[in-house]
Design a protein around this ligand. Sequence first.
Ligand code: NDP
Length: 294
Amino acid sequence: MTTLAFLGLGAMGDPMAAHVTRHARQGGHRAQVWNRTASRAHAHAQAHGSEVASLEQAAQADVIFTCLPTSAQVDEVLTVMEAHLKAGAVWVDCTSGHPQAAAAQGQRLAARGVTLLDAPVSGGTGGAQAGTLTVMVGGPADALEAVRPHLAFAGKVVHVGQGGAGFAVKAVNNALLGAALWATGEGLAVLSRVGVDLHAALDVINASSGRSNASQNLIGQRVLTREFPATFALGLLAKDAGIAADLTGSVQGSAPLLAQTAALLRAAEHLIGADEDHTAALKLIEQMNRTELN
Ligand code: NDP
């Protein structure tokens, strides 16, 4: 029997772990969950039939999933689990982590006979609930093939390269999300000052070449409605754009637009709030332009 352990039952991890648990129950495997705030793990067990485990117990699993805010929290749980790990296991880190952390963690795990896959996800909480997430995987291809049947939360799985490549692709993807979101917010703020109706403007942009996920989904659903539902924290998007900026530095690259995006999102995180939804970054643009996007 294969034991699958899922650590971190947050906005993404909780529904992802539900899919892993359903898959485990159907396939005759064992599904364990752990969460820092234990009540969430108990609620998960009650709702989905998973088993609550300690970190030491979860360390004995054959496949360990993590979905934590940053690589720093993955380091913390790894430190507790390290001595208890089982050789031959695969650790699938679904955190949007840092490529440098993946290198160091991969070495620590290799010393225990455990293989690390960096496997961040895209698709938001809706995709996690639907089990249609895109997973970008870095690390050994044979380890991915071994765990692929257990990626029950995925709609699309792409092997993007060696260790750290998954985190790199995720960071760049989210820097692009941030850039499109920010630029569209600026454009709409200007149009608002001009006196154009923003619903009409978005209608046009969404049928024209300036459209993006930000214009087609995020701004209409979250900003113009003034709802800003907190499903993906601004602090996490700022973290991702910061990783893309770090990555640029690590290869002595030149990506000034991505660097600006990281700096603007960091400013919005400080001024608007890390726990606000990422679309609330546009409240800073509103302040800069003395207008409201509604
Ligand atoms: P949440 O803030 O909703 O959940 C974070 C989880 O990490 C919780 O289970 C929390 O436990 C746990 N945690 C926090 N600090 C620690 C710690 N020091 N030690 C152990 N556990 C800790 O985050 P999300 O689920 O939104 O995001 C998780 C990852 O997925 C991030 O890397 C994010 O960038 C990425 N992501 C998020 C998306 C989204 O739409 N939200 C989309 C795609 C990727 P506790 O319950 O105790 O607080």
